[in-house]
Design a protein around this ligand. Structure first.
Ligand code: NDP
Length: 452
């Protein structure tokens, strides 16, 4: 066997890459990991973690208002962007350090720089070339910005967390996870917020009822939606941006966040050099064992075009390392019933099928749905409502989907995801005694079928 520098050389120290490197090293494998930008990847640096911190910050606005009905008198709250931004930066630096120490503690060699594939077993970083028995591409994804005049004035999620100043008028372009979360976050922090989306309802792919409910709630809170429109051009006027929409209207704002999807991060990775051809979205195709067209090169996470979610990359990494370096039988990654949350306001937590998907796949379904004012909103006078919904296969009684819109929906749905994964039935839900008084108890007390 050739004398390689490493058994496994990982390109990209994001969620999937770091997990694969550490797990493999813990099994005694000689591992190197290459990263040129963010130790910890998108999630830790410019994704899930700072987003959640900003979402917490944003929720305070509502909390301060709600407090009055509960007897509190507060001075007029003021928000200071620089404090939030810099505290966030400190926290991310702390997490970067933890990631680096975790890798070192596992015996993984860290290599700073941009990795470029030069052969089926070699990666070049600067003027050095490293060899390995196996290479793992875990380079993640990168924001995609459509081409229109003035697109260069757009921010992406890479920049939005660290703006020098708070944009008082903020426009998000897109209707997916990032756009909807940031519309809520900046609106809560006090910006006049616009969300421009080409479709007629945000969050395509989610349950229709959930989409409509969330959009209505956000609109009621004061987010301005411009639906069925695209951005035609952006012109910079002194410090403001004039955004012209496809209906001819122009909106003047201080910042535009383009959140129109993420593509595989494969630029200058040297894929052509080794005979791997990504698709037009920059995604690398892999087999069930994460192997690319080249037998010694593996790939996982966002760059492979699966669900772009940190826990998916982590699970893929653990499956791959198990299959490569354990004596036990191979495992197959199970992509069914992956729960997810959107941290817009109100939050969405969802697992399993939407009502529409279930209708397509099952002969007869039962839908149980309820919307209500959470108890916390009674004394506060907050008009916000919550939605809870179960989609059930009529023949087997199995719960196929659970959708929650309301405070901490993700926290609630994580538990329900176990029930769906276990294949539990509506009868099992009904047999569960609720926790009173909570919103969550609605999920075990939904008795009347809303529609078949
Ligand atoms: P999404 O795929 O969620 O949404 C992209 C949005 O951009 C869609 O509304 C899409 O419209 C629109 N769009 C795409 N291309 C164009 C175009 N050329 N012109 C105008 N609009 C366009 O991507 P995001 O960027 O929001 O997020 C990327 C991924 O990151 C998510 O899919 C998710 O997997 C992950 N993520 C997860 C989070 C979480 O778990 N909470 C949070 C943030 C991100 P249309 O619907 O019509 O296609």
């Amino acid at each position: 066997m050739p004398n390689y520098d490493f058994d496994l050389l990982v390109i990209g120290a994001g969620s999937g890459g770091v997990r694969a490197a550490r797990m493999a090293a813990n099994k005694g494998v000689k591992v190197g990991i290459i990263e040129d930008r963010y130790w910890g990847g998108t999630c830790v640096n410019v994704g899930c973690v700072p987003k959640k911190l900003y979402s917490y910050a944003s929720h305070f606005a509502e909390d301060f208002k709600d407090a009055a009905g509960y007897g509190w008198t507060l001075a007029e709250p003021e928000f200071d962007w620089v404090t939030l931004r810099d505290n966030q930066r400190q926290e991310i630096l702390r997490l970067n350090g933890i990631y680096q120490r975790l890798l070192e503690g596992s015996g993984v060699e860290r290599i700073d720089g941009r990795g470029k594939l030069v052969s089926a077993h070699e990666v070049q970083v600067g003027d050095k070339t490293y060899s390995a028995e196996r290479l793992l591409i875990a380079t993640g994804s990168w924001p995609y910005v459509p081409d229109f005049p003035g697109a260069e004035h757009c921010l992406t999620s890479n920049e939005v967390f660290n703006l020098p100043e708070f944009p008082k008028r903020f426009l998000v372009y897109g209707g997916g996870y990032i756009a909807t979360e940031f519309a809520s976050i900046f609106h809560g922090l006090g910006a006049e917020t616009y969300q421009v989306y080409r479709g007629d309802k945000i969050l395509r792919g989610f349950d229709e009822e959930v989409r409509g409910f969330v959009q209505d709630e956000m609109q009621q809170q004061g987010v301005n939606f411009y639906l069925g429109r695209e951005i035609l051009r952006i012109d910079k006027h002194l410090n403001a941006l004039a955004v012209t929409l496809s209906d001819g209207r122009t909106l003047e704002v201080d910042a535009v966040l383009c959140a129109t999807g993420r593509r595989g991060n494969v630029e200058s990775l040297g894929l052509e050099q080794v005979g791997i051809t990504p698709n037009s979205l920059g995604e690398i195709s892999i087999d069930a064992n994460f192997c690319t067209q080249v037998p010694s090169i593996y790939a996982l996470g966002d760059v492979t075009g699966g669900p772009q979610l940190t826990p998916v990359a982590l699970a893929e990494a653990m499956t791959l390392v198990h299959n490569l370096y354990s004596e036990e039988e191979n495992r197959v990654m199970d992509y069914s019933n992956i729960a997810t949350a959107v941290f817009c306001h109100p939050n969405i937590g969802t697992v399993g099928m939407s009502e529409e998907e279930a209708r397509e796949q099952y002969r007869k379904i039962r839908v149980y749905t309820t919307s209500f004012k959470p108890m916390r909103n009674t004394l506060s006078g907050n008009p916000g409502k919550s939605l809870m919904k179960l989609v059930v296969d009529d023949a087997s009684d199995r719960v196929l989907g659970c959708h929650v819109v309301g405070p901490d929906a993700g926290e609630l749905v994580q538990g329900i995801a176990i029930a769906l994964k276990a294949g539990l039935t509506k009868q099992d839900f009904d047999a569960t005694v609720g926790i009173h008084p909570t919103s969550a108890e609605e999920l075990v007390t939904l008795r009347s079928v809303t529609r078949n």
